[in-house]
Design a protein around this ligand. Sequence first.
Ligand code: NAD
Length: 259
Amino acid sequence: MLLKDKVVLITGGASGIGAAVTRRFIQEGAKVSIIGRSLETLEQMKEEFNDNLLIIQGDVSKYEDNERAVKATVEQFGKLDVFIANAGVFDGFAKFADVTPDALSDAYDYLLNINVKGSFFGAKAALEELQKTNGNIIFTVSGASFYPDGGGVWYTASKHAQIGLMRQLAFELAPTIRVNAVAPGGTLTALTVIPPLRTFTKSVDNDTKASNIKRRNPLQLAQMPEDHVAAYVLLASDQSRAITGEVISSDGGLSVRGL
Ligand code: NAD
């Protein structure tokens, strides 16, 4: 039980990688709060985990929703040890050259508000409580934080920006709070393409997606959300008390060859 008595807030915790992390953290002894947008999905998670889980419907791109989630977590579980900025959306590999200036602008606002501003806001809202517990922050970044062709320009820029946020916060918040990231490679989830770019992208079925992901990484893995959870457990736990400002890549070896 590496996370016994830890209290953790995870954004986007009701599906994909966030749901797998939630499930494993509860197995490791944590109490978990999750922020999500779909009440239906949140309620399904609540049925599975009962008293070990608090669900909060909200939008990470709104500061007040992050603040409300931190407050509710502390009211319910008494403290906050770990904040995980995981909520994210995708640009579907839309090509810069194809997109009109209006769609470019709408996509910029939509995607960066969630992937980047949501990460800023969540970290800020959690800060005071994490200072009380000598806690830690984990960002879900991506292979697209380091290499081209993990998405289009919007997604790639957003995932690079999260690395800057993570490294600067690790510097500013030491020695009280550790700040790290997990960088999954392509993973079979329902990661959503944002509305302003849907007309500029092709939808891909799951089998094609799996074979595309396999082809790109040296270990030839079509990764599942569960493949990444051990990295989060390590960074969230006291086992990593000497680790800050780091990224654990969980990507089938992209650094061996790039995307
Ligand atoms: P997912 O769609 O299952 O999870 C994303 C979650 O974020 C969803 O639950 C969604 O409801 C939530 N969300 C989106 N916008 C939100 C908002 N404004 N407010 C609150 N919640 C919001 O997809 P996933 O693949 O599990 O994505 C999780 C993270 O992993 C994202 O940051 C994504 O960029 C990253 N990632 C995914 C992959 C991949 O190939 N799937 C690879 C690398 C990194």
